[in-house]
Write a new protein. Structure first.
Lengths: 118, 107
């Protein structure tokens, strides 16, 4: 059974870069799509972006200028970089799998809280 | 961009009740609509897709319907495990959008 696990710093300073990694275990990263979704504490969900197993990316237009999602197939991992963060970027960050771009998110990581504060 | 509006924001109900949540889109779209359940401190779980196909293993008391701009999620007879927040999700061909959620709480 595939499992996803987010990892990275829980605290980032304003104006710096938020960097997270999602490790996929129990299955291959190939032939799927992988997304990052965030949720400010007590608020709703926002899709950040998606990467295919071939490395093609699509980003939320509202975040596109600051986001990069990348893939490391040798480690069965994909990563999120969000630049120039502010307090408004404080959120739980989830990684998720889908079988196609346009497919539902059928498997999620447990989530990791990243706080932006000096 | 299509905006997804869920109502009500909060719904109070009792075990055994039948409840319905609504998700409205700001414009007509392709019926790509999914529902997720999220419990506190946990990741969302996919329940229903397009808009009435249940994920394998989801209890049959859950059902989805709708078309055009209005979609509903119905729970036929509430069980204690169903108290959670429910989100609808739309895909427009190039981005995913979530509704703001409906919190189902115990009356």
């Amino acid at each position: 059974q595939v499992q996803l696990q987010e990892s990275g710093p829980g605290l980032v300073k304003p104006s710096e870069t938020l960097s997270l990694t999602c490790t996929v275990s129990g299955g291959s990263i190939h032939n799927f799509y992988w997304s990052w979704i965030r949720q400010p504490p007590g608020k709703g969900l926002q899709w950040i972006g998606t990467i295919s197993s071939s490395g093609n990316t699509t980003y939320n237009p509202s975040l596109k200028s600051r986001v990069t999602i990348s893939l490391d197939t040798s480690k069965n991992q994909f990563s999120l970089n969000l630049r120039s963060v502010t307090a408004a970027d404080t959120a739980f960050h989830f990684c998720a799998r889908h079988v196609s771009f346009g497919g539902v998110f059928d498997c999620w990581g447990q989530g990791i809280l990243v706080t932006v504060s000096s | 961009d299509i905006q997804m509006t869920q109502s009500p924001s909060t719904l109070s109900a009792s075990v055994g009740d039948r409840v319905t949540f609504t998700c409205r889109a700001s414009q007509n779209f392709n019926n790509w609509l999914a529902w997720y359940q999220q419990k506190p401190g946990k990741a969302p779980k996919f329940l229903i897709y397009r808009p009435s196909s249940l994920k394998s293993g989801v209890p049959s008391r859950f059902s989805g319907s709708g078309s055009g701009t209005e979609f509903t999620l119905t729970i036929g007879s509430l069980q204690p495990d169903d108290f959670a927040t429910y989100y609808c999700q739309h895909f427009n061909g190039y981005q995913y959008t979530f509704g703001q959620g409906t919190k189902l709480e115990i009356k």
